[in-house]
Design a protein around this ligand. Structure first.
Ligand SMILES: *Cc1c(COP(=O)(O)O)cnc(C)c1O
Length: 411
């Protein structure tokens, strides 16, 4: 048995020049001067572009790529992605506005979410985006609002499948769930969609998130496609869009490796002829957030204090869980594990040692790294948390303790 400690997957995206991390070709300390204060999130637009391009080479050309705005709703980033992907998926009226402001055509925007209000549904219908119906109540409400507005609403059914993505970080399908319409209830609702004269687009089947096992994703995608073919058999209306989510994960923790896309692309290519004959009008799409943006972003905080407490080093920074809840371990982790963290202005250190990185909040939960082997850091040095392009500030309790919000820049 190996006794070697599991390590983080190597950070291959941001180059190092003269011991300093570069973001968009700018040395980190220079970028910090440009931003004007720490902490901040920096997203690298070239990395984002490369990510989408690379993924497209690994998937069949006929498969569309959608960006799930909730992963990172920064308007400049959404605008950048709008020019690269085939669709944007939103889940609130604020995200809807961001998507439309970004210039994405309403025909390529879909609106999901389990608690859409009448006001949100009316906005979506007026905008002409596709409403992903999550319940019988939403269906009835959309039909009524469409009548009132004189618009035939574009709708898809979000299906709660009868299976789930195995070994995924967050389970969002299978069993009893508040998301979507149980697959068993779909045939009856499809008849209502037809009789109410709604503009039916197709199905949205989302089985899970953050998986690093291609075989699990391949299996969930197969099951989603089988389910879509089965449901289409009961549908009086043609399926034009088939969104099967993704589940594509990125490596956050020690021992995790990057997802191998090749087997997923191969299996989708194998499915295309069957879809072509079974659902001749359907455009297949994958929808994802973190896989497109997660590895393109870093969080940067400055060391304010270097403390020694009973033999342990604490690097106390101006950043923490109020900006980056996920890296602190408090966004759904059961056992706290470290994100990849480094001292961004000392990337080729002569001296390293175990240190914990903490923040300004008066709670033991405010941890960015725990006993991680780091370069020797002093006051003023810049701590970098990698894999921070998704579920950062928008998924963090910014008001907790009242410190300033983190800035965000697209470089
Ligand atoms: C959150 C969510 C996504 C994005 O998940 P990632 O893990 O960021 O790819 C996609 N689709 C739906 C329906 C979601 O709720």
């Amino acid at each position: 048995m190996s006794t070697a400690k599991p390590r983080h997957a190597p950070q291959i995206h941001f180059p190092v020049v003269d011991g300093e991390l570069q973001v968009g070709g700018i040395p980190l300390t220079r970028l910090a001067q440009r931003v004007g204060r720490t902490p901040f999130f920096a997203y690298d637009r070239a990395l984002c572009t490369a990510r989408v391009r690379e993924l497209r080479t690994q998937l069949p050309e006929a498969v569309g790529l959608h960006y799930s705005v909730k992963a990172n709703p920064m308007p400049a980033l959404v605008q950048h992605l709008a020019g690269l992907v085939d669709g944007l998926d939103v889940a609130s009226s604020n995200e809807l506005r961001t998507a439309l402001d970004a210039g994405m055509a309403p025909g390529h925007v879909s609106f999901a979410g389990p608690a859409k209000t009448e006001a949100e549904l009316a906005q979506g219908i007026a905008a002409g985006v596709c409403i992903n119906l999550e319940s019988a109540r939403e269906l009835a409400c959309v039909a009524r609002l469409g009548d009132a507005l004189g618009i035939a609403p574009r709708v898809a059914l979000r299906i709660n499948p009868d299976f789930e993505l195995k070994s995924s970080g967050m389970r969002m399908g299978g069993g009893a769930k508040p998301f979507g319409i149980d697959a068993e209830q779909a045939p009856a609702l499809l008849c209502q969609v037809a009789s109410l004269g709604l503009d039916f687009q197709g199905f949205h089947i989302f089985s899970g998130s953050q998986s690093l096992r291609p075989e699990a994703i391949v299996e969930a995608q197969s099951q989603s496609l089988e389910l879509a073919l089965r449901l289409a058999g009961d549908s009086p209306l043609a399926v034009r869009q088939l969104n099967i989510g993704s589940g594509f994960g990125i490596p956050y923790f020690p021992g995790e490796a990057r997802l191998d896309i090749a087997p997923i692309g191969e299996q989708l290519a194998g499915w295309l002829p069957r879809l072509q004959s079974g659902l001749p009008q359907a455009r297949l799409a994958l929808e994802m957030g973190r896989y497109l943006v997660g590895e393109c972003g870093i969080y940067v905080a400055r060391v304010l204090d270097r403390k020694l407490s009973r033999g342990e080093v604490f690097l106390v920074t101006d950043g923490g869980m109020h900006h980056h809840l996920a890296a602190s371990g408090n966004l759904g982790q059961v056992i706290r594990k470290n994100y990849p963290v480094a001292v961004g202005n000392r990337m080729n250190p002569e001296q390293t040692g175990p240190a914990s990185v903490t923040g300004p909040l008066c709670t033991p939960l405010d941890i960015l790294a725990e006993r991680l082997d780091l370069a020797h850091a002093e006051e003023g040095d810049l701590i970098v948390v990698f894999q921070s392009g998704a579920y950062g500030p928008s998924a963090s309790p910014a008001n907790f303790l009242g410190h300033p919000a983190a800035l965000e820049v697209l470089v």
